[in-house]
Design a protein around this ligand. Structure first.
Ligand SMILES: NC(=O)c1ccc[n+]([C@@H]2O[C@H](COP(=O)([O-])OP(=O)(O)OC[C@H]3O[C@@H](n4cnc5c(N)ncnc54)[C@H](OP(=O)(O)O)[C@@H]3O)[C@@H](O)[C@H]2O)c1
Length: 251
């Protein structure tokens, strides 16, 4: 049996990724603060299991408690393969440096960067006989400065380097595990609503993002999740690679 842990499973891309993996016959362990009732039904249809773990990924205690349960659950079931999709993310605080609230910055870095680091570390530490594939959901914002997104761009850039370094270490240690990053492009989710609700003073490109929505240029999360599924199951993965959705879609 194969298992996948998907963080941020309650909505948006995480919901779609969980559905695509279920269609591959993979059992899903979903992590978020709120549950996703629709996924229970999807699991039944696909004859796989769906177990939800309530967890606030900005709390290290909560994360360690929940992920100890998760790794124990998977190990008890003698898995053939394990996927971990570090998808949960936040974009706020959106503002220029000098106007950022300390608590929001700390919370953001916990969810977007520290949680994927700790989760990857835990799996690589505890799983020695089954290959673990880590998929870290990144963003194009990792590669350029965007006015108002200093925190978001920094956590995604950090996530890319963490992915590459974990992969390089596995290669040098002849390890079993793979880590990749996947950049999903702009998608029509609640995160985009947060972005559009920013003031122009906080986020200089706000009008550009409003226009993307008005012109129907935000992708559907199912299309993006299908591209990720194709990447994971139809070609060998290059350890440490940052993949972009645009290179995987037949458009
Ligand atoms: N949307 C875009 O245009 C876009 C573009 C590039 C990259 N991305 C990346 O794609 C990923 C998914 O984004 P999305 O657009 O699908 O976002 P979304 O619709 O806002 O969903 C975010 C998910 O993260 C979870 N989450 C947030 N804070 C959490 C916390 N403290 N603890 C546990 N879970 C938490 C939420 O669950 P709960 O609220 O239930 O906890 C939710 O399931 C993110 O990593 C994002 O950075 C998005």
């Amino acid at each position: 049996m194969k298992y996948a842990v998907v963080t941020g499973v309650s909505k948006g891309l995480g919901d779609s990724v969980a559905q695509q993996l279920m269609e591959e016959g993979i059992h899903i362990l979903g992590v978020s603060r709120s549950d996703n009732a629709e996924l229970k039904e999807m699991a039944k249809k696909n004859e796989v299991s769906y177990t939800h773990y309530t967890c606030d990924l900005s709390s290290i205690d909560d994360l360690e408690r929940v992920f100890t349960l998760i790794t124990n659950h998977i190990s008890d079931n003698q898995p053939e393969g394990i996927y971990v999709v570090n998808n949960a993310g936040v974009v706020e605080p959106i503002d220029h440096v000098g106007a950022l609230e300390s608590e929001k910055v700390v919370q953001h870095v916990h969810v977007n960067l520290i949680a994927p680091m700790l989760i990857t570390n835990l799996f690589y530490n505890k799983v020695n006989e089954t290959p673990v594939t880590i998929v870290n959901i990144t963003s194009g914002a990792a590669n350029r400065s965007v006015y108002g997104w200093s925190v978001y761009g920094s956590t995604k850039a950090g996530l890319n380097l963490f992915t590459e370094t974990a992969a390089m270490e596995q290669e040098q240690r002849n390890g079993l595990h793979t880590s990749i990053a996947f950049s999903p492009g702009v998608m029509d989710t609640d995160m985009q609503e947060d972005i559009r609700s920013s003031s122009e003073d906080a986020f200089a490109d706000v009008d550009k993002f409003k226009e993307l929505k008005e012109k129907g240029m935000l992708r559907d999360t199912n299309t993006v999740a299908q591209a990720l599924r194709k990447l994971l199951f139809t070609q060998p993965l290059e350890n440490g690679q940052v993949y972009h959705v645009n290179d995987l879609l037949d458009e």
